[in-house]
Ligand binder design. Structure first.
Ligand code: CXA
Ligand code: CA
Ligand code: ZN
Length: 423
């Protein structure tokens, strides 16, 4: 009886609601570990099923898949191991704040406050500015650290960028840690003092503030990746900033044309204000025909990897990237990985990706650009949301890799015994 009534109600609703508006709720996705995917072709094939790739390494991926997608992967001969929910749902504190257990993470506002106070306490070492505004109007924060920060010297410049992906909050802590350690180490730590006397360091601590704020807007986590820009002519929101850069954009099936997808590349290269303005700022560092920035790390999470260009092709060489460049990328990548225990590989060997910042930084400016995927290696260790208790350990873990990059920034190819033209 009850059933019949329900059926009648649904039937009426179906008649009243136009088909187009009666969009079925998205089918629930579940988390799986896919073991045994030990080559880029297989991992790229999994990515192209439309599943959401959460993490992965040499021989596994962790994905969010709908029941239909999971069935398709199994039909393709893959084994799927269900992953338990990583942790019990944390307790919210307030909308826009990190939940209980995550209070050591910084919101955009807290980040701004902390950076301003570092600049105030180290006025000659730290300067905070912005390179533009996000789609929703947040100033895009830029920090410079050096021995005499107000003077533009003729020294190698190094860029660290964080949180192109909204939910990768631990990377914001990484960038903040870099600013803090360098600022506090100047004049107290001889190695840092020496480095800052011969380098100019730039930090973009939160490349996607709208997304990061949205991810915590309910007081719990929303698993948001993209920015918060509306997409043309449909109701979907957000572009994947790390698929929106202009080198080989949309070339190779390494991004999605579907605005509903998590790797949506946007309608055109640099359609996102966040990437367009970071591009303009990087371009502005070309002085007298010479790009001042020589080396870069773009921090992501998770999987504990050190990745280098190109991502759009599995070939280790490509346009403007010769064998000696590839050897250099590998050598420094391996040396950085030896300091933090991450796994080093060319980024396409994880899966094909096009439109990344790292590919553009190399192709456009010959900046030695690495992508570091931070802690952890699995969803079962918290995935994108490890507790704040690991922040100190996991940011300090990258100190030696950061210092190595800073050290080689005068001439990265000297790591393979090659020479650099005088700057
Ligand atoms: C990645 C790394 C380097 C260049 C392109 C892509 C991996 C990165 C991604 O997909 O953008 N992984 S992540 N952080 O899980 O999104
Ligand atoms: Ca300079
Ligand atoms: Zn990422």
């Amino acid at each position: 009886m009850r059933r019949v009534v329900m059926g009648a109600v649904l039937g009426i609703l179906a008649l009243v609601v136009p088909i187009s508006a009666a969009a079925a709720p998205a089918p629930p996705s579940s988390a799986y570990r896919v073991p045994g995917v030990d080559n880029a072709t297989t991992r790229t094939a999994v990515a192209n099923q439309g599943v959401e790739i959460l993490g992965g390494g040499r021989d596994y991926l962790e994905v969010l898949a709908t029941p239909v997608q999971a069935e398709r992967l199994r039909a393709g001969g893959l084994r799927l191991v269900s992953l338990p929910a990583a942790a019990p749902l944390p307790l919210p504190v307030a909308p826009g704040q990190f939940p209980i257990g995550y209070q050591g993470y910084h919101t955009y506002r807290q980040l701004t406050t902390e950076l301003d106070s570092l600049a105030a306490s180290h006025p000659n070492q730290v300067a905070v500015s912005s390179y533009g505004k996000s789609a929703q109007g947040h100033p895009l924060l830029l920090v410079k650290i050096s021995d005499d920060v107000r003077t533009d010297k003729h020294e190698p410049e190094v860029l660290f960028s964080c949180a192109q992906h909204a939910r990768e909050h631990i990377t914001v802590e990484m960038c903040l840690h870099i600013v803090r350690r360098l600022a506090q180490g100047y004049g107290t730590d001889p190695a840092i003092t020496r480095l800052l006397k011969s380098r100019e360091v730039w930090v973009v601590p939160m490349a996607n503030p709208d997304g990061a704020e949205y991810d915590i807007s309910t007081g719990l986590f929303s698993m948001w990746r993209k920015n918060r820009q509306p997409t043309p002519e449909n109701s979907e929101i957000g572009t994947d900033l790390n698929r929106n850069w202009g080198d080989e954009w949309a070339c190779c099936d390494g991004s999605s044309a579907n605005p509903a997808n998590d790797t949506y590349r946007g309608p055109a290269p640099f359609s996102a204000p966040e990437t367009a303005q970071l591009r303009d700022w990087v371009n502005s560092r070309v002085i007298g025909g010479v790009q001042q920035i020589t080396a870069h790390i773009d921090f992501h999470s998770f999987s504990e990897l050190v990745l280098w260009p190109y991502g759009f092709t599995t070939s280790d060489t490509g346009p403007g990237l010769n064998k000696s460049d590839a050897d250099t990328f590998r050598k420094l990548g391996e040396q950085m990985a030896a300091t933090n225990g991450y796994t080093p590989e060319q980024s396409s060997h994880l899966y094909i990706n096009d439109g990344s910042i790292a590919d553009w930084m190399w192709a456009q400016h010959h900046v030695w650009s690495y992508t570091l995927e931070m802690y952890p290696t699995s969803l079962t260790q918290g995935g994108f949301y490890p507790p704040a208790s690991v922040i100190d350990r996991e940011t300090t873990r990258n100190d030696a890799a950061v210092d190595l990059l800073l050290n080689y920034a005068d001439c990265v190819p000297r790591i393979i015994g090659a020479h650099c033209a005088a700057r």
